[in-house]
Design a protein. Sequence first.
Length: 247
Amino acid sequence: MTKASEAKAAKSVASDLSVEDVYRSVMDAIVDQRLLPGTRLNELAMCEAFKISRREMERVFARLAFEAMVRLVPNRGAFVASPDANEARAIFAARKTIEAGVVELAAARASGADFKVLAKNIAEEETHRRAGRMREAIKLSGQFHLLLSEIAGNAILGDQVRQLVARTSLVTSLYENASEMGCWHDDHHKLIEHLRAHQPKKAVDLMRRHLDGLEESLDLDRKISSKTNLRAIFGLDTLELASKNKV
């Protein structure tokens, strides 16, 4: 970035948004699959869009990179991460191990109030699926796993699940057709039944099969090619901020 462009970015800073707000906005766009893997995130343009300084934007990118949601490429900039097939398999292997522990803890702790929250999540997901709003349905499906981690009551495991669910969104964005993702949520109903019946082993086995099914549905040879308009994604205006570049 040149001194002139830095000055331009700094001059535009007049935002009520915090670094956390911007981080959450970008993270949500990635998890919601509005920002596709491989999208180049233009630093200057994003500074202007969010009205934050270059230093603040660098902090956002650094946090996303630490969480493996963004890649920082020397002399090229920041890109939404594009997990390859090996990384995709590693993500699912980690999820099967970690979420088995989460389900076991949740089975011992879940109460009537927890079951109501889980059932509400499933009902909302089904409403979106019936209406053809697959992006919203998929997001709620991921949130089901986050809710389980909260019920488990282990904050460390919860952080791991949150990061892995977010990275799974990158994987499914690359390798899956959202319109074909129609049966995974059925396992959530059955999982609640096992938790209610205090059957942790059955719940753990089901979670592993559930994640196996998701992994097996992936088309690891699938390629995605598209351009992304960051201002449109974040509801700012129609100025093009990013171009799609694979690295």
